[in-house]
Design a binder for this molecule. Structure first.
Ligand code: ZN
Length: 227
């Protein structure tokens, strides 16, 4: 049945698919921190178990069975993170590593009780949605900050990173879910964005802005601007 490695693969495939619109072996290998050749071998095994669809040129996809396991692992992971943050007071840059273990050992019953004790939260401390016990997850309506236009204000929806140092960097600028920020300027040729957060200006790289997902809350209707 689903062991730790299988669960980690299915979860990673799901996440790469959500964040990058389609999972290829390269992105997946990067996410898992494993050589692409080993990833290919594992994908063939998962395909034989009917958990993924995998063709060399079309990349990787989850079957319904694979997706159900991925969402179940994500549910336990994100509930554990919320619990560690809200009940035990762990900062947001420390909850992930702990939850990486909890996601494989929490029983359905304990996860359900944790969910109730927390008041059925909808997101984890990084803003990622927590799938329901039935495997429902709301569709994401956010875009990378890198795609926001100058003078637009947005609310941070989620931060897609498991890197503690990266999260501390965002925290040092006051960037957390629900915080509003404004893009002041975007340097040409892939240069940095200047943003304003709580009255302070910061220059951040495009790579950073790709990992912060926001919802545009500018009063300007998008139709008024050239595409
Ligand atoms: Zn996490």
């Amino acid at each position: 049945m689903a062991n730790k490695t299988i669960e980690d693969y299915l979860k990673a495939i799901y996440q790469v698919d959500v964040d990058q619109d389609g999972a290829g072996t390269t992105e997946l290998a990067e996410r898992l921190g494993i050589a692409p050749a080993s990833v290919t071998g594992m994908l063939k095994k998962l395909a034989a178990q009917d958990l993924v669809t995998y063709t060399r040129y079309q990349g990787v996809g989850l079957t319904n069975a694979g997706r159900a396991i991925a969402l179940d692992v994500l549910r336990r992971h994100r509930l554990a993170e919320r619990y560690l943050a809200d009940v035990l007071g762990l900062p947001w840059d420390r909850v992930h590593d702990e939850a990486e273990e909890w996601e494989h050992v929490l029983s359905d019953d304990v996860a359900a009780r944790m969910d109730a004790a927390l008041g059925w939260p909808s997101t984890d401390p990084h803003g990622e949605p927590i799938p329901s016990a039935r495997g429902d997850v709301p569709p994401l309506a956010d875009t990378p900050l890198a795609r926001l236009r100058p003078r637009h204000t947005a609310r941070v929806a989620r931060v897609s990173s498991e890197d503690a140092e990266f999260l501390r960097y965002l925290g040092s600028m006051g960037i957390y879910p629900h915080v509003a920020l404004t893009v002041l300027t975007i340097a040409p040729f892939g240069g940095p964005l200047t943003i304003e957060v709580s009255g302070q200006c910061h220059a951040i790289g495009q790579g950073v802005a790709e990992r912060i997902f926001v919802v545009d809350i500018s009063p300007l209707p998008a139709a008024e601007e050239p595409a």
